[in-house]
Design a protein around this ligand. Structure first.
Ligand code: PGA
Length: 249
């Protein structure tokens, strides 16, 4: 399995930040893992141009479930692909919270991304209240049940799951390694029940306050096959060491 270091720039970045991409490519000309940055859509095609011929892949942060049509302000998977995207993040907790995305919305988008031939990175994760109430695994189980396509229509590496505890995103707090291990092995078991042995080849990312100082420890946890990184993906100086830790894991 080729592990995946994915960066999510969220609503950050203008033209001048493309310089970070050149630095990242210089730092990792041939990484021993996949390396991905998902910039805001305004930068996507220019970033894809910068990344041409390199190991860096470029992706979207969301898409519409339909291929085209009267949906003002929305962008389809096919359009992101046309702009140079190879991956699309779906169901990030910020989309679920800010835009009312439900599991059903995420499922429809995941089906669209698979149909477009791109890799879907589907995010799941519990809130702090849900963890405190002891319902973490039930919440994750139900998000997986509702957000994932019923069958794998791509190779197993075409569908990636990112476990992102909502309370760990942008807070500097992370679950303990045992807590990460518990959730990741639960996700693996759930996927194997759903998709069969092929699910052993699906990448499971951890996301939420990943940084250079905790990356190696997180990557040593069983069934952690990479990371989805927010704040620490904006600067090459922060992201390149995370890629290095994954490549060495
Ligand atoms: P963070 O964000 O690394 O800034 O905590 C992670 C994410 O939202 O994907």
């Amino acid at each position: 399995m080729r592990k995946l270091a994915a960066g999510n720039w969220k609503m950050n970045g203008t033209s001048e930040d493309l310089a970070e991409i050149a630095k990242l490519i210089d730092a990792h000309p041939k990484p021993n893992c996949e390396m991905l940055i998902c910039p805001p859509t305004t930068l996507l095609s220019r970033m894809a141009d910068c990344a041409k011929g390199s190991a860096l892949r470029v992706g979207g942060q969301d898409c519409h479930a339909h291929a085209s049509g009267a949906h003002t302000g929305d962008i389809s998977a096919a359009m992101l692909k046309d702009a140079g995207a190879t991956h699309i993040i779906l169901g990030h907790s910020e989309r679920r919270a800010d835009h009312g995305e439900t599991d059903a919305t995420v499922l429809a988008k995941a089906v669209a991304v698979q149909a477009s031939g791109l890799v879907a990175i589907v995010c799941v994760g519990e809130t702090e209240a849900q963890r405190d109430a002891g319902t973490t695994l039930a919440v994750i189980g139900s998000q997986l049940e509702g957000s994932l396509p019923p069958s794998l229509t791509s190779a197993p590496d075409g569908l990636v799951i990112a476990y992102e505890p909502v309370w760990a995103i942008g807070t500097g707090r992370t679950p303990t390694l045992d807590e990460v291990a518990e959730v990741h092995s639960f996700i693996r078991d759930t996927l194997v029940k759903r998709y069969g042995d092929a699910a052993n080849e699906m990448r499971l990312l951890y996301g939420g306050s990943v940084k250079a100082s905790n990356a190696a420890a997180l990557f040593a946890v069983p069934h952690v096959d990479g990371a989805l990184v927010g704040g620490a993906s904006l600067k090459s100086a922060d992201f390149a060491p995370i890629v290095a830790a994954l490549a060495a894991s």
